[in-house]
Design a binder for this molecule. Structure first.
Ligand code: FES
Ligand SMILES: [Fe+2]
Length: 389
């Protein structure tokens, strides 16, 4: 984030705290309950947003060296993401070219070859077929055209984006990030994956996303843990195409009003968060980057993953305790979010409501629904799902 932007954001927060106001969108919005229940809409969202739109599936910290790989199972095409021996990142369907077995069955690994557990075909980390057991049985097979099936992949600011679509168009990250480069570039942490966790939540993926995209609930639902740390419901929201930047000020930010501007540091007094459309919400704290991803796996079931990466490792008792304290806090707050989201799904299914409401200060949650609608409209017209810029 540029320094002038950082100062302008702090000015906006302090203007609100001084006047005891909050920034408001022009109007509240309503969404039909059917958005969260309709199996046809769910199928369209999964295909358009998770099959054809680029999604963040991981971070370069998960590919620390040539020969590193990880798998990802929450998109319609099961994925294998690799770093080959020249250091290049590749993404492939995690499907053996012989008869379709799952090639890599672990979540991550490291090696010179990937060998299929069914009949032993092997591939290098660039996806080329390099070994067939008893190869004389496949006389005439053109090995050069029987490597792993690639899908488009691109990396920027450490995030690995994949378009999980065989034969899909290359990813244009300028179009996907729509002006967020200046913010994301400066704040990139190097290095280490501190945590990668996963939960299964019985709700529609957008119920959970709505929760992550607003701070209205924080002083109420999280009153026993993080609630009291934050200025109640006084976040700033700015749109970057379908993406969003939300600044969640801590109460300590009021102290800056009496300090010289040169000493103002936003991250000392606020969570700096970005929604990377469609399904990722990132949080930059003072000392690590974390992001939550929501992956629809059924109309009423969602896998939530959390990554934490940092430029330090928990290699002392103090740093281990620091990490554990942070993970405990995430466990408490996410436990409350997951339980509430499961209850919301039951409430929506009950037939009691026909629509749900988003307040004028829940801009991020309201915005994602219009961006999803726009994506579905383009996809139904046969246009690229990610033609944002
Ligand atoms: S399916 Fe992989 S070697 Fe047969
Ligand atoms: Fe929450």
């Amino acid at each position: 984030m540029e320094r002038a932007v950082e100062l302008a954001l702090i000015d906006r927060v302090l203007a609100q705290t001084a006047a005891d106001t909050r920034e408001l969108a022009a109007a509240m919005t309503r969404r039909p309950v059917s958005d969260y229940l309709d199996p046809d809409r769910y199928a369209a969202e999964r295909s358009a947003l998770f099959g054809h739109h680029p999604v963040v599936v991981g971070h370069v910290a998960q590919l620390p060296a040539p020969g590193s790989w990880f798998t990802h199972d929450h998109t319609p095409v099961p994925l294998l993401v690799t770093r080959d021996h020249e250091g290049r990142i590749g993404a492939f369907a995690n499907v053996c070219r012989h008869r379709g077995a799952r090639l890599c069955d672990q979540s991550e690994g490291q090696g010179r070859r990937l060998t299929c557990p069914f009949h032993g075909w092997s591939y290098d980390l660039g996806g080329s077929l390099v070994g067939i057991l008893h190869g004389e049985g496949f006389d005439g097979l053109d090995r050069a055209t029987h490597g792993l099936v690639p899908v488009p992949v691109a990396e920027r600011h450490g995030f690995i984006f994949v378009r999980p679509s065989v034969g899909g168009a290359l990813i244009d990250l300028d179009s996907v990030l729509v002006g967020l480069d200046a913010d994301l570039g400066v704040q990139r942490p190097e290095g280490h994956l501190l945590a990668l966790r996963q939960w299964d939540v019985p709700c529609n993926w957008k119920v959970l996303l709505d929760n992550f995209l607003e701070m209205y609930h924080v002083p109420v639902l999280h009153s026993g843990n993080i609630g009291p740390m934050f200025e109640p419901n006084r976040s700033l929201y700015d749109e970057f195409g379908p993406n969003g930047r939300r600044i969640d000020p801590r109460r300590s930010i009021r102290r800056l009003a009496g300090q010289p501007r040169e000493q103002w540091r936003l991250r000392d007094h606020a969570l700096v968060t970005y929604h990377l459309f469609p399904n990722v919400q990132t949080f930059w704290t003072q000392d690590y980057l974390s992001w939550l991803s929501v992956w629809p796996v059924a109309v009423d079931r969602t896998v939530c993953t959390q990554h934490i990466v940092a430029d330090w490792q928990p290699d002392t008792d103090e740093l281990r305790r620091h990490l554990e304290t942070n993970l405990d806090l995430f466990d408490q707050t996410l436990g409350e979010d997951f339980a509430t989201s499961a209850g919301v799904q039951q409430g929506l299914r009950s037939g009691a409501l026909t629509e749900v409401l988003f307040a004028r200060y829940e801009q991020g949650a309201a915005r994602v629904h219009t961006a999803i609608d726009a994506t579905l409209d383009r996809w139904r017209r046969g246009e690229p799902a990610d033609a944002w810029a």
